[in-house]
Design a binder for this molecule. Structure first.
Ligand code: IMO
Ligand code: MG
Length: 419
């Protein structure tokens, strides 16, 4: 069987949680493969809302196994809190979640280092979620990290101390004032809690499941935040493109099936960095208000702008997207004119490619569409969608050369049109 992958194609916050929850009905196994609690995946059903950070969005499906893969960085403290919140709704989290032994642990001091790095960068800061993501992946790559499986080792505490001391030295060198012991007790209690879960050899588990079952991999963040292909250095520290699913779960590229690429009908970005179609006017404010564009993790207002098809086509190429999913289409219902960026002008020259230097002056070239001026939130079938909207999406399908298979017209599970 195949591993199908769901990926955000923009700067994160595309609506991955909702779609994974909708699709999870068809997949007995759902796996996260990269990122960590910097993610905030929102789900709405039966009148309730949930935000997931490290737990895969298949958690509410009674029969689904949810895997936290080896490419993920896991913060035991956040994970424990998240499990407590979900457990309160009656979900048996221990039965439904398995954790890769090779996933790396986020220590409280990783979070302090994140804050210290950002403070040192001053105005040039990344705008990190400060969850310790960058420092944890740094320790992984520099071969200093601690992994989930290490919590079972008899010398875990010593190894923890060694890494913590290293961090304390780094913090001291950076003159960052903090108390590195503040969360230690909570961390150790959360590590004990981790031991109550089934800790797996992810690569063996995933490949044996794939012999008989289809599986869904749930990406976090988005293509434009990819460590290699995003707007570096204003990116996250993991591979958010399709290749990340192979590395982050221990699966061969030949096992990949559908690659579902999710995008919003407009663009948002939270944190710093280039954003060619960003709007600083009333339209941008309106998008923020209508789309409720405030961070699910940090509450920060998101920067808003028109859809950028140049960046989207780039993301489609990098990940080999086979099916597109368009989210929040209903948020454009009331705009008389809808714009999409179809090329960039870089130093006066028009191009359809994302330039190496994303800090170059990029002027977006727009194609305009007449708005549909219809409330689409109650549409449930293709035929219900207004003519202008259908013309608009067929333009995008031609430009991107990939079919738009799902259109979302509201946050709820039901507000989903399969095409
Ligand atoms: P989901 O999965 C939106 C952004 C941060 C910052 C940059 C680096 O909910 O789509 P990090 O904390 O990773 O060091 O931050 O990446 N960022 C996200 N933006 N959605 C996310 O996740 C994000 N995760 C990280 O705002 O600009
Ligand atoms: Mg988010």
């Amino acid at each position: 069987m195949k591993l199908d992958v769901v990926l955000g194609l923009q700067w994160g916050d595309e609506g991955k949680g909702k779609i994974v929850d909708v699709l999870a009905g068809n997949y007995p196994v759902v796996a996260r493969f990269q990122g960590g609690p910097n993610a905030g995946h929102s789900l709405h059903f039966e009148g309730k809302s949930y935000v997931l950070r490290s737990i895969p969005s298949g958690i509410f499906r009674p029969d689904a196994i949810n895997i936290i893969g080896n490419g993920v960085v896991l913060d035991p403290i956040t994970f424990r809190q998240e499990c407590a919140n979900i457990g309160r709704t009656g979900v048996p989290v221990r039965e439904r979640i398995k954790i890769a032994k090779k996933a790396h642990l986020i220590l409280p001091t990783h979070r302090l280092l994140d804050a210290a790095n950002e403070a040192a960068m001053g105005k040039g800061k990344i705008g990190s979620t400060l969850k310790g993501i960058g420092p944890t992946y740094t320790d992984k790559v520099s071969r200093n990290g601690l992994r989930v499986g290490d919590v079972l080792a008899p010398d875990f505490i010593e190894r923890y101390r060694k890494l913590k001391d290293r961090h304390v030295n780094q913090l001291r060198m950076m003159n960052f004032e903090c108390d590195p012991n503040a969360e230690e007790d909570e961390f150790m209690a959360a590590v004990e809690y981790l031991k109550e879960f089934e800790l797996i050899d992810c690569e063996y588990f995933v490949n044996s499941q794939l012999e008989t079952k289809p599986m869904l991999a749930e990406g976090a963040q988005g293509s434009m935040l990819d460590i290699d292909y995003g707007s570096y250095p204003f990116v996250t520290s993991s591979t958010t493109s399709c290749a990340g699913a192979c590395v982050g779960l221990g699966v061969s590229p030949s096992k990949i099936g559908h690659v579902y690429g999710i995008f919003k009908a407009y663009c948002t970005r939270v944190g710093s960095g280039p954003f060619p179609t960003e709007l600083f006017d009333k339209t941008g404010e309106e998008l923020r208000k209508i789309g409720n564009e405030f961070g699910a993790v940090t509450g920060r207002p998101r920067r808003c702008g028109w859809l950028d098809l140049v960046a989207l086509k780039y993301a489609v190429m990098i990940s080999g997207v086979t099916d597109l999913i368009m989210m929040k289409s209903d948020c454009l219902d009331s705009f008389p004119v809808i714009k999409v960026c179809t090329s960039y002008k870089v130093d006066g020259k028009e191009t359809g490619q994302v330039p190496f230097d994303t800090f170059a002056h990029i002027e977006p070239v727009y194609t305009e569409f007449k708005g549909w001026n219809t409330d689409m939130t109650s549409c449930r079938k293709e035929e219900d969608l207004p003519k202008e909207f259908r013309e608009y999406i067929s333009f995008m399908e031609k430009y991107l050369e990939v079919p738009i298979k799902i259109v979302s017209v509201g946050p709820d599970r039901d507000a989903t049109i399969m095409r």
